[in-house]
Ligand binder design. Sequence first.
Ligand code: ATP
Ligand code: MG
Length: 97
Amino acid sequence: MQGDRLHLLSVVFNLLDNALKYSPGEPSIQIELNGDDKNVELSIKDNGIGIATEYQPKVFEKFFRVPAGDTHNTKGYGLGLSYVAHVVEKHKGDNIH
Ligand SMILES: Nc1ncnc2c1ncn2[C@@H]1O[C@H](COP(=O)(O)OP(=O)(O)OP(=O)(O)O)[C@@H](O)[C@H]1O
Ligand SMILES: [Mg+2]
């Protein structure tokens, strides 16, 4: 596909980083790449804590982190997925989850 190699690599890195960060215990990560001559679909699935339905539309907002109380103390700024959404949009894609 045509695209910005560096930014697309960073997208994958960010999604893998999250998959590892939010999977306590031994992470199991499933990566899938599908596509045809028009579209490419990348899917990264983990066996971690998941994201409650109510928060799913919000995780792409800048600085948003799912409120976790004291159940997990992973560090982050809430910026990774807003960056991901931006790069995907610039490649005329969308975020389906
Ligand atoms: N794979 C995942 N499993 C569970 N929750 C996730 C996952 N990916 C993202 N989230 C939730 O979405 C929020 C936003 O993710 P995002 O990558 O934007 O920020 P971050 O990981 O907290 O920090 P940063 O990426 O800036 O280091 C996270 O704080 C977390 O609450
Ligand atoms: Mg992140």
